[in-house]
Design a protein. Sequence first.
Length: 330
Amino acid sequence: MPFKYEELGLSNTKAMFEKALNEGYAVPGYNFNNMEQLQAIVTACAQSGSPVILQVSKGARAYANSTMLIYMAHGAVKMVREELKSEIPIALHLDHGGDFEICKSCIDSGFSSVMYDGSHLPYEENIKITKQVVEYAHARGVSVEAELGVLAGIEDDVHAEESTYTDPDKVVDFVNRTGCDSLAISIGTSHGAYKFKVDRIEDVPPLRIDILKEIQQKLGRKYPIVLHGSSSVLQEYVKMINDNGGNLEKAFGVREDQIREATKYGVAKVNIDSDGRLVVTAIIRKIFNEKPKVFDPRKYLGPARDELIKMMKRKNKEVLGCAGAYPSIE
Ligand code: G3H
Ligand code: 13P
Ligand code: ZN
């Protein structure tokens, strides 16, 4: 089933990022693994008039089936255009591609953007493989995100205890030699629901906006910077989970005002996955707890989907600033 992404109604990230940088907002990179998450993402973004990058990890491809995912994304585009009557740009993006082969496989099957994540490799090795991915992708109009610096936390099979901030002195050399279209950097964000080793939310440290500013200065105002690990681990959902039989202790995320601040200094894409996972789990736990007789999945997945839409619309408006960038349908 090889597709060109244009045949699926998808866009690469070039024009999306140009507009985002000119207007000072970030495009959301929301991850999905199932139909309800995908419906929620595109509905929230169409309703708020936001561009969107639909992200798929290696784990998502294994979970939902890589062929199924392409048709799901195509179905989501059709729903946005034909039923929601929205023209927001939609990209389908591989999140944390671990080698050239997975990037190639996604490009060949219809993705409009891929990330090659060589951040754990020695510098020269990261450059070598990123460049190889860029050559293959650019020949097909596909955008490439690369990463320099290491985030703490879990990314598919890779796990790092400590983060290593991106070295601003390396970014220009890396971007020039690889030709990557956007660069993910490490300035204090990390993956998952346990981002900081602190006991109280008040002790969550701010991001290293100083490093971001230096990187932006080196790359120039037109170059898109990406922030991974940008969930805020919303405490209302952590509480709902814990009040309904869950056990998430000391789960804290990045302050939303810090993400907003980062969009002023060249951050054109912000990755959010864990916040959505928390919403779904919180709502399902609450319903199971309060209505033990419910056994129709629509009765708990539906409300979870509604809450996801609400959360993402708020993020688009208040945190990323991308709501209203395109005509909204509300
Ligand atoms: O960066 C990781 C994303 O949140 C995807 O997570 O590999 O568990 O699907 P996953
Ligand atoms: P979170 O775990 O903070 O949601 O980060 C998601 C991410 O970076 C996906 O690539
Ligand atoms: Zn990530």
